[in-house]
Structure formats: C-alpha cells, structure tokens
Design a protein around this ligand. Structure first.
Ligand code: NAD
Length: 490
C-alpha cells in the first residue's frame, strides 16, 4: 500500500510544472509486488528543447548567473533543507519504485543528497574563482616580469543522466557540484525511478531555486540521447552501464563535449590469509551484496586464500543463507527484489550460464518462496568458475557472488586485475600496512580496507571500462568549471 502520489501529469521545467508535449507515458511499477502503481509523462523532443533553453537562460540570468559563490551556497542550503524535510518520503518513494530495502534508502537516498548539497555549498562559498600568477616566462617589456589572471567559470548547461539503482544520490553527485560551480542542469532520471524526480522538484520549488536552474525530463534512452547531443548542452554527466556510456562517449567525442562517465564494475574482495573471518562476514552485505548486488562498486568476486578457503567459504554460504529477503518497505529486510522483471530475467539467465560454464552452485540460484509477483531472486554463491568464464567477467548486477581459491597474494591480485573493469574493491586483513600495499596494486579507482564506504570529500570514479573522470570531493567540483587565462600587460 503506497501512501504518496504515484501518478503525476506534468514535467518540472523552468521552475514550474508544464504539460508534456511528448504524448507518451511511463508506467511506475513496484518491484516488490510487480504491480503498476502510477504513471508519469515521458518528455518529447520539444520538452527537451524547452528544458535546455530554460537552463541556458538561467545560466545567463542575474538571479543565478549573477550570484557569487556565497549566493549560490545560500540557495543550495535552502534546497538541502527542503530535501531534508522530505527525507522519509524520498526513502519510501525510492524503496517502493526500485526495491531498495528501506533501511538502506534511509541511510543513503534520504540523507546523502542533503549532505552533498551542504558539502558543496561550503566549497562554493569558500572557493576562489580567480588566481593571479607571476609569469614563468617574463614579458621583456615588463619591469616586474608580468603576471597572468586565471579565472574559473561554470562549464554551462549540464545534461545529467542518472540510473535507477541510487536515483537520489547519483543525481545529486552531479547536481550539487554543478550548482556550486554556477552551472544549470537538465536531469534525466531513469524511467523506473521517475517519481523520485518529483520529490526533488517539489523541494526545488520550496527552496525557490531560480527558474531554469534545475529542469527534469522523464524518459528512457531516447530522451537521454536527445539530451546528450542537444546543441544547447555544454557537458554531459552520466552514470549507468558501460555500453550506454560508450555510446554517449562517442557522441560527446564527435561534438567535442566534455563528459564524466561513471560506468559498470566487477570488483574483487581480496581476503588475505590473516583476515578476521567475523569481520569479513559482518561486511559481506555492505561490500558485496548491497541493494541486492545492484550497486556499482560491489565486490562480487571473492578471492579467498587457499590455506583457509573452506573456512571462509562455509561461513559466507551460511551468512548468505541467513540474509532476510523480502518486502523492501520492511525495516528488517536486508535484500529486496531486483528493479524489474527484465533485470531479474537477466540475472537468472547469467546464473543458468554459470551452471553451463561448469560452476558449482553453493546456495541460491532460484526464486525465494513467497516471492509472489515481485522480482525477487535468491542470493546466490558459486565456486569453481574459470577466471575467464562469462560469470567471472561480466557485471551481473544482482545478488550473485563467485568464490575463487588463490595460492598466494600475488595470485589474488592477478585475478583482481584480470578484468576489463576497475571501479571498487576491498582488501580484508588484520595488518593495515599489508592491506595498503595490496590496495595500491589493485587496478581500480578506489579500494577499501576491511570495508568500503564512499566519502563526499574524496574523489570517486572508475578506470578502464568503469568510466572516465571523477565525481565527489574538490575534484568533482573542478569538473564543472572551465578555466580562462587572461594575459595581463604588467
Ligand atoms: P543504463 O545504462 O541502462 O541507464 C542509465 C541511464 O542512462 C538511464 O537514465 C537511461 O535511460 C539512460 N540511457 C541509456 N542509454 C542511453 C543513451 N544511449 N544515451 C543517453 N542516455 C541513455 O544503466 P542502468 O541499468 O540504469 O544502471 C545500472 C548500471 O549503472 C550498471 O552497469 C552499474 O554498474 C552502473 N552504475 C555505475 C555507477 C558508477 O558510479 N560507476 C553507479 C551506479 C550504477
């Protein structure tokens, strides 16, 4: 039973609610029950045009473009307050529409966007956008050698494209630094989680964001690709699958348009022979199965030391079997359903492929009892896979773990790095120095030691097929500035 409005008729563009000229709609489905619970309009080409034009006008307006860092910070803090007032609604909206357990949604979707806005508001307020540098190559005409002025200016209109797995957090990874830099945004949420965009828009209205600073166009890949190639867009910030990221990268390459691409992963947990088995088990859900494995940085390949393989394997299987799978809105649920029937079928077909590839199924693989019409799969653990098998190499994006036996630490690092991806990873050890040494050798944008938890103040992003560019931290803000050099005469 939902207790919020799940059908909306209008789009949030230019600070107001507008009818869509698109003519088609998106069904909102609850993955916990399989029911269609609402409907929203999908944006048409002219809606995208109006949204981009509104963002351009806002960029050049005195109400937004005329603000300094302190002025933008004040708007961002009002926006954060309005979102904080909707924290519970936001958690329930996301949990209902993508199946994320409500306990996770409360700790991430409800709170992180508020924290991100406040973090970047502080940077906007404190940041210098002008720097005078002495010339390294002095002007022959200048007694002092001369100097140069470097100005930072907002990149401009941002096309922000978000996935469904953490819709509120991952859209704010883009919106908060973009606002801090003075950019304006056209956000395209994932169709599955379109309703979250309405909570965001309601907060933007309450916070009196100047019209056009944030616009939201609902739709699928067609609306996304229209936005990416729109002549009025200055930069694309994308989070999603590697395939879609590659297509977007090709378009941006042709248009010479900057793009930040946060893509897929297939990270590894390296368990060293001195690891504390209880710590590994306590961290298993958050490092390898969070949101039913639908978290980009999950370490779903678990590399165990030969000398303690059976001990770790048996405890992992026992822990996975004890995980509570169920209604995402139940606070005791640890694993909810997958986001859609399509995603569930994809995961099930990869599980079947794993069996054909000769893996041994240690637990799971099916649909849990009592799943009804919800899109549930059992958490699943495999062993005995070849490292070059599909299941060992492809991102599954479901609750499926594969265990590997490693003779030495070097062997484990070799397997970890034998991947086209490079997003996250974990090293489990009781010797932190040894953990740092191993983490330094892992080819990945980020690695945790005895756990993995993002921090807003430090850069996050993948290497290899996991993406291009960084989000979060001051590095994430720099991506929304461009620099101008003014050569001074004196
Ligand atoms: P997806 O690529 O199917 O879709 C992501 C978004 O892009 C959606 O809004 C979609 O409508 C849009 N889109 C799809 N094709 C497009 C195109 N050609 N042009 C423009 N827009 C397009 O991904 P998904 O299934 O929503 O999300 C899951 C994927 O996201 C996984 O691969 C996961 O690893 C990845 N992900 C990465 C990170 C990260 O930070 N690296 C974080 C979360 C999720």
């Amino acid at each position: 039973m939902i207790d919020f409005t799940a059908t909306r008729d209008l789009l949030f563009i230019d600070g107001t609610w507008m009818s869509s000229a698109g003519g088609s709609t998106i069904d909102i489905v609850s993955p916990g029950t399989g029911e269609t619970i609402g409907r929203v309009p999908s944006a048409g080409p002219s809606d995208v045009n109006i949204a981009v034009d509104a963002a351009r006008t806002a960029l050049e307006s005195t109400a937004w473009g005329g603000l300094d860092g302190g002025g933008r910070a004040a708007v961002m803090r009002r926006f954060a307050d309005a979102l904080e007032a909707r924290a519970d609604l936001r958690a329930r909206t996301v949990s209902t529409t993508n199946g994320m357990p409500i306990s996770i949604a409360r700790g991430s979707e409800a709170t992180a966007p508020v924290e991100l806005l406040r973090y970047y508001a502080d940077l906007a307020e404190a940041g210098e956008t002008e720097e005078k540098r002495p010339r390294v190559r002095p002007l022959p005409t200048s007694a002092t050698g001369g100097s140069i002025l470097i100005q930072k200016e907002p990149v401009g209109v941002i096309a922000a494209i978000a996935p469904w797995n953490y819709p509120a957090v991952l859209s704010m990874f883009k919106i908060a630094p973009a606002l801090a830099a003075g950019c304006t945004i056209v956000l395209k949420p994932s169709p599955e989680t379109s309703l979250d965009g309405y909570v965001l828009a309601d907060a933007a209205i309450e916070a009196s964001l100047p019209p056009g600073v944030l616009n939201i166009v609902n739709g699928g890949a067609d609306v996304g690709s229209r936005l990416v190639s729109h002549p009025g867009v200055d930069k694309v910030a994308f989070t999603g699958s590697t395939g879609a990221g590659q297509s977007i990268g090709e378009v941006c390459g042709r248009l010479l348009r900057p793009a930040t691409l946060e893509l897929g992963g297939k990270s590894a947990a390296i368990v060293l022979d001195d690891a504390d088995v209880d710590a590994v088990i306590a961290g298993l859900l958050s490092t390898s199965l969070l949101n039913s494995g639908q978290t980009c940085y999950m370490s779903t390949r678990i590399l165990l030391p030969d000398s303690r393989y059976e001990e770790f394997r048996d405890r992992i299987v026992e822990a996975v079997e004890a995980m509570r799978v169920g209604d995402p809105l139940d606070p005791s649920t640890q694993l909810g359903p997958l986001v859609s029937e399509r995603q569930r079928e994809r995961v099930r077909s990869l599980v079947a492929l794993g069996l054909r590839e000769g893996a041994t199924l240690l637990t799971g693989g099916g649909v849990p009892d009592g799943a009804g019409d919800g899109f549930f799969v059992e958490p699943t653990v495999f062993e005995g896979l070849e490292t070059d098998s599909t299941l060992a190499r492809e991102e599954i994006f479901g609750p499926v773990l594969t265990l590997f036996r490693c003779d030495t630490t070097d062997h484990a690092i070799r397997i970890a790095n034998d991947s086209k991806y490079g997003l996250g990873g974990v090293v489990w050890t009781t010797d932190i120095d040894r953990g740092i040494e191993v983490a330094s050798r892992v080819q990945s944008g980020s690695v945790g030691i005895n756990g993995y938890s993002l921090d807003w103040g430090s850069p996050f992003g993948g290497i290899k097929n996991s993406g291009l560019g960084k989000e979060l931290g001051p590095e994430g803000l720099e991506a929304y500035y461009r620099s101008k050099t003014i050569f001074l005469p004196l």
